[in-house]
Design a protein around this ligand. Structure first.
Ligand code: URA
Length: 310
């Protein structure tokens, strides 16, 4: 019969929503030390049982999942409107108290009134549809930092000129002087999926370097470069596009499957070439739309969303 392991262990669970599922990570112990039938939500110190049959454990797990999902879906009216860019929570609280909103046909003056994405909300005389996740393809211009907000300078999120959602962020970072494809979203699970080192998502860059690239460099990239600080890189594909002996400049396309800090620049630096222009062309299945000038953005198309499994 399975046992609970060390009784002094604290199995206090922390809800952590990730990806499509819901997980609960126990503090103070490795989850692997629990027998499988002790679902992630089981708290021995709470139940005082030595053994919970799998069927009961599964029921507890389902119940906890339902509670967590329910708590995610149900929200306050002021949050709903703020998420949809109608204003800040404090402005909205005052306005709802003063002028009200209509929720599912009823006039509401309580900003804490609970609504869900399927509620029919009318505010300032117009229907407000709730959109949980948004996805923008940005052609990042040079000179802008990849951050959500900054006290001193504009960020890539500031380029998204839409009713302000405060939860937008860039998926990964491009250096200030790098251009090209950057996904801006509020979907943390997708971001995690695209950036996770385990996923090895292909990133393709156009690069201009000061130096003369040749076939032996292609081999070095293919075999996995070792950076000047000793860090080993995964194999990368280098395709030389042009070489100008006169200007001492080469152009190439490089595909990397990881995202180390200044990855591409450091890779070229390790073979004695300096990157003078860098532009990301694609990330996984997403390809930079050639119609987007630097600084321009658009929503992802239905096909692009499908290619990301959304
Ligand atoms: N590699 C770099 O060196 N810089 C970037 O911005 C992206 C990849």
């Amino acid at each position: 019969m399975p046992t609970t392991g060390n009784a002094s262990n604290s199995y206090l669970p922390t809800p952590a929503l990730s990806g499509s599922g819901v997980r609960v990570i126990p503090f103070g112990t490795s989850q692997q030390s629990l027998p499988r039938c002790y679902c992630d939500y089981y708290r021995p110190e709470f139940f005082h049982f030595q053994y919970i049959p799998p069927v009961v454990a599964n029921m507890i797990q389902l119940f906890c999942k339902a509670v967590i999902v329910w708590k995610e879906v149900i929200m306050r009216l002021d949050k709903y409107l703020s998420d949809m860019g109608a204003g800040t929570r404090s402005e909205l609280k005052k306005e709802i108290r003063r002028s009200g909103a209509i929720v599912d046909g009823k006039v509401v003056k309580d900003p804490g009134c609970t609504v869900s994405p399927s509620s029919h909300v009318v505010f300032r005389g117009a229907a407000v549809e709730y959109e949980e996740f948004v996805y923008y393809m940005l052609n990042k211009p040079s000179g802008i930092i990849s951050a959500s907000e900054d006290d001193r300078e504009p960020t890539v999120v500031d380029l998204i000129d839409e009713p302000k959602r405060r939860d937008l962020f860039p998926v990964g970072r491009l250096d200030r002087d790098t251009e090209g494809l950057l996904l801006i979203t509020n979907d943390g699970a997708l971001s995690h999926r695209l950036l996770s080192p385990k996923q090895h998502v292909d990133k393709v860059y156009f690069v201009k370097v000061s130096g003369i690239l040749n076939e032996s460099d292609v081999g070095l990239f293919r075999d996995g470069l070792i950076l000047t600080d000793g860090l080993e890189c995964l194999p990368a594909d280098l395709k030389i596009l042009s070489v100008s002996d006169e200007d001492y400049i080469s152009e190439a396309e490089i595909t990397v499957r990881e995202g180390k800090f200044h990855q591409v620049k450091r890779m070229f630096s390790s073979i004695g070439a300096e990157v003078i222009f860098l532009k990301r062309l694609s990330m996984g299945p997403l390809v930079l739309d050639p119609e987007l000038a630097p600084g321009e953005y658009r929503r992802l198309t239905a096909d692009e969303l499908a290619s990301l499994g959304l």
